[in-house]
Design a protein around this ligand. Structure first.
Ligand SMILES: Nc1ncnc2c1ncn2[C@@H]1O[C@H](COP(=O)(O)OP(=O)(O)OP(=O)(O)O)[C@@H](O)[C@H]1O
Ligand SMILES: [Mg+2]
Length: 229
């Protein structure tokens, strides 16, 4: 087993140009995440949580500083290598879910398997999708259109999709934002199980105090810096 941490960030900075002016959103973030760890990012709206998840998730390469994911230097990877890394090693629950509306519940959950070069056959993919849907409390809803689902149901489809490729790192942006307390607790339980069973690490942005409480470490962001952990 590799001794390299799952995530290692040193002095990560991200700015955006707005009307010719530069705005520093992340002003120097250091972070290390080991296997099975869960780290929560908390802080006010607009403080940079999604921005950091996008960098760690190899979606945004426009940062300064050093970011390593599973021992690979993210700044040194080209687009193809970043896509491969995302497809094989990462699961992402987007803040806006990003489901494919023309597909069924099961097809949405299967999408990450379709992106793999050596993905499972159709029957195995369908079985794995059903297992994941069962675990998020949506067993039996496979054939439904995702357009017919409630917000919390859509969120759980997004969670099932993010976990189906058994990622080494799960990046989850407000994964319990639309869920009632009981369903949220079921999702915490699922994250814990993935950590124990697969050694999956979790980086979660959340406004949910109950979720943050379950984390090994909580990073509080303010004005682009970690103000407490
Ligand atoms: N591509 C972009 N171009 C310009 N500004 C951006 C871009 N992405 C993010 N920002 C800005 O960076 C800041 C941080 O955004 P981010 O989405 O990371 O916040 P957040 O902490 O996730 O907030 P929330 O809790 O509301 O989801 C915001 O002010 C946003 O406008
Ligand atoms: Mg956000």
């Amino acid at each position: 087993m590799s001794a390299a941490p799952i995530v290692s960030l040193t002095s990560v900075k991200r700015s955006f140009e707005e009307g010719g002016r530069r705005r520093d959103v992340l002003a120097g973030i250091d972070l290390e995440i080991g296997a099975k760890q869960m780290i929560a990012l908390v802080g006010p709206s607009g403080c940079g949580k999604t921005t950091l998840l996008s960098i760690v998730g190899a979606l945004d390469a426009g940062f300064d500083g050093s970011a390593h994911l599973l021992g690979q230097d993210l700044a040194a990877l080209d687009d193809d290598a970043r896509s491969r890394l995302r497809a094989t090693e990462l699961g992402f629950v987007f803040q806006a879910f990003c489901l494919l509306d023309h597909l069924t519940v099961r097809q949405n959950v299967e999408v990450p398997l379709w992106l793999l070069d050596d993905g499972p056959d159709a029957d195995t993919a369908a079985k794995r999708a059903s297992e994941m849907l069962e675990r998020v409390g949506l067993g039996g809803r496979e054939g439904q259109s995702v357009m017919q689902l409630s917000g919390g149901e859509r969120q759980r489809v997004a969670i099932a999709r993010a976990m189906i490729n058994r990622p080494k790192l799960l990046l989850a942006d407000e994964p319990t934002g639309n869920l009632d307390t009981e369903t949220g607790a079921r999702i915490f339980g699922l994250f814990d199980a993935m950590r124990a069973e697969e050694g999956c690490a979790v980086l979660v942005a959340t406004h949910d105090a109950a979720m943050a409480e379950r984390a090994d470490r909580v990073l509080r962001f303010e004005q682009g810096r970690v103000v407490s952990q």
